[in-house]
Write a protein that binds this ligand. Sequence first.
Ligand SMILES: [Mg+2]
Length: 378
Amino acid sequence: MDMDAFYASVEVRERPDLAGLPVVVGGTPGQRGVVAAASYEARRHGVHSAMPMSTALKRCPDLVVLPVRMGLYAEESQRIHRIIERYTPLIEPLSLDEAFLDVRASVKLFGPVPEIAQRIKREIRAELGLTASIGIAPVKFAAKIASDLGKPDGFLVVEPDGLRAFLDPLPVARLWGVGRVGEQTMHRLGLRTIADVAARDAAFMEQHFGKHGLHLLNLALGIDPRGVVPEREVKSVSNETTFAADIADRDTLRGILLQLTEQVAWRLRNHGLAGRTVQLKARYADFSTYTRAQTLDAPTDSTDVLWQAVAPLLDRLPRPGAALRLIGMGVSGFDAQESAQPDLFAEPPAPRKVDGIADAIKEKFGKGAVRRATTLKK
Ligand SMILES: [Mg+2]
């Protein structure tokens, strides 16, 4: 599931007078900074996220530029999360507005998967006034593509026996792990579509792409064994973004890094995690990739503390001033003992949730309506 033009859609909902106008969220005064999100009207002018605001304003002088209100989007994201949770606890968030859902175990309760997806879309629209795009597929990476291809207000179902037919005509860049250089290499080898890759054998792929080639071949064949990993089981939380065009301007890069930090910090707080290792990842135009890390005295989930730690790492990268094609930040080193929020970390929220639901049922239907099975006599 992926929300449509999320930050911009939230802002337009808050200000209906902006409906139908080209709206972006992001930037700072003086045309500095970057576009964090663009409405579909703005996209029609060639404006897209991670674009420098100055470029966006050149392409669309009538652009409505609104400041980022991360707190508002984070709240909205939590509301979306609560709607999804009605249907499955197996949620793997990728960012504030994107998540993988595993609903296989929910079918008996709620009906076929497409019906569940439609209900989620309907409830998000009715309760939050926002549109979500959903892609349904038997494997993760195909679901992500399907959510993207249907946008906006997308709803695309890829049946298991239609998976290969769905993937075959897509360009190779749609395969996870194929970046710009990988794409060029594939084109040189005559591989343009996923079908072209699927038609090759393991030896060919390994010869040209190493071990990674076997993985790509599997994806092209529709084989992707990775499951949906709920966030509470993860060892680190990170966000990264690849730019449409390489960026050298340090202020622009700092603006993007701050957005990523806000998202990561929100995800930490939302899941009661606090980490002590902060990492910066940077990929240059030539694809060389560097990481810089900083270990804090105490675990944190604070946006400010994380930002103070990660911002100076930008200056510790080699080749100052060189253009980057990707930037990312992450937090790891979660430590239950020393967590800043031991009560949240220790969990278990599940019993508390059960208690809340049980209380609600009792209130509505009377004290005897529900009780724990362990209290029943044999
Ligand atoms: Mg989105």
